[in-house]
Design a protein around this ligand. Structure first.
Ligand SMILES: Nc1ncnc2c1ncn2[C@@H]1O[C@H](COP(=O)(O)OP(=O)(O)OP(=O)(O)O)[C@@H](O)[C@H]1O
Ligand SMILES: [Mg+2]
Length: 374
């Protein structure tokens, strides 16, 4: 994963004109580009509100059309520049990420640095995110048949195998959730925002300010002690898989018991009635044994003890293996979950701060106002 030398030298020495000439607008050979602010302004019709396709914790996302006719998503980073890497390092890290091509990862086309402002340019995904298309109330959400759910689950798992096991050094995504699974025109799932966790956030601010919206996908060891590993991604994937099969929200704020999807799934597993979890919108049109197998794989991924969770290659193997018998007697241990933000420890803070009442009330105030993860 090397960045071309010409790229670095052109960026570090030059005026915008210079790298503009080297990376003209019409060029679209799939390599990473530096865009000028004017190019992005033109592409998004001056960041017109009707071209806005979403808003996340990092800032707004706009649909844009480049000179070559292709569509892109422009993410306007609202992150403070001080908390980001230096300009040159930022660009070179992005170029490295852009080199990581896989059919289940969203392609990063380039970026733009304009004074204090930074923009990321991705391939545009016509069917938005799994969160907006697939989840939500029955009237709003799309009817995904079993095969589509299966393909999406396996596609996401393959994207994670690539990040975890095929590239060196490996990447832990840290924010696997329905909002970060985008769908292209064929509903091929594409994992988005990989590599950004490390690039844009320091650990302390990540845990303190961004965890709230993601509560429910977060591995207990990550939330409790900031321990990040591939197995914490496996946990989040397990939650997502349970969602894809059940259509349920990750956290149901209106319930007193079995609030979390992992609790519901565990209760159904213990009652030997996993089928009751399968999305009623499938109208019983699904292969029962296979659905049970998928739910069991989800439960294997969310086990409390991280080392018992499978690696992503094993997950793909289990999901694609046509022999459902090999999962029939599998042993699954209790899932872990973060029931209360008050338990969250903020890495980088000392222990007295961690247990201070301010910390607790801060956490519970997020808990009460949080836009709960679906
Ligand atoms: N490449 C893309 N193509 C089409 N739409 C996109 C693309 N990238 C992002 N979006 C839309 O913009 C929204 C905001 O994306 P962003 O990654 O900034 O935040 P998020 O993942 O939704 O949430 P959070 O900030 O909690 O992580 C997405 O939910 C999606 O609807
Ligand atoms: Mg995102």
């Amino acid at each position: 994963m090397r960045i071309p030398c010409s790229f670095i030298s052109c960026f570090s020495t030059s005026s915008k004109e210079q790298y503009n000439n080297e990376y003209p607008e019409e060029e679209n050979d799939g390599s990473f580009r530096l865009f000028t602010y004017n190019q992005l302004k033109l592409a998004t019709r001056n960041f017109h509100s009707s071209d806005k396709v979403g808003e996340g914790g990092f800032g707004s996302v706009y649909k844009g059309k480049l000179g070559d006719g292709s569509f892109v998503a422009v993410k306007v980073l609202a992150v403070e520049v001080e908390s980001m890497r230096g300009e040159r390092e930022f660009v070179s890290e992005l170029a490295t990420l852009a080199n990581m091509k896989h059919q289940n990862l969203v392609s990063l086309r380039g970026c733009c640095v304009e004074g204090a402002h930074r923009y990321l340019v991705y391939d545009y995904m016509e069917n938005n995110s799994l969160h907006s298309t697939f989840l939500g109330s029955e009237e709003k959400r799309m009817r995904f048949k079993w095969e589509t759910r299966k393909d999406i689950s396996i596609g996401v798992a393959k994207g994670l195998v690539f990040l975890h096991e095929e590239i060196k050094p490996h990447i832990v995504h840290r924010d696997i959730k329905a909002k970060n699974i985008l769908l292209d025109h064929n509903f091929t799932p594409k994992v988005s925002d990989f590599g950004l966790a490390k690039l844009l956030r320091d650990e302390a601010s990540y845990i303190s300010t961004r965890v709230a919206g993601t509560l429910g996908y977060l591995a207990p060891e990550y939330a409790n002690s900031g321990q990040v590993s591939r197995k914490s991604d496996v946990y989040s994937f397990g939650v997502l898989l349970l969602q894809i099969i059940s259509g349920l929200a990750v956290v149901d704020a209106y319930q007193d018991i079995e609030r979390f999807i992992v609790e519901k799934a565990w209760a159904a597993y213990e009652a030997k009635d996993l089928l009751k979890l399968v999305d009623p919108m499938l109208n019983m049109n699904f292969p029962e044994e296979e659905a049970i197998k998928f739910l069991k794989v989800g439960l294997l991924c969310v086990q409390e003890t991280a080392k018992l969770r499978p690696r992503m290659t094993e997950v793909v193997e289990k999901l694609t293996n046509n022999n459902v018998d090999n999962m029939r007697d599998v042993h699954i241990s209790k899932p872990g979950f973060v029931a209360d933000l008050r338990n969250i420890r903020i890495k980088g803070h000392n222990s007295s701060q961690e247990s201070s009442s301010t910390g607790a009330s801060f956490a519970s105030s997020i808990w009460s106002t949080v836009n709960l993860a679906r």
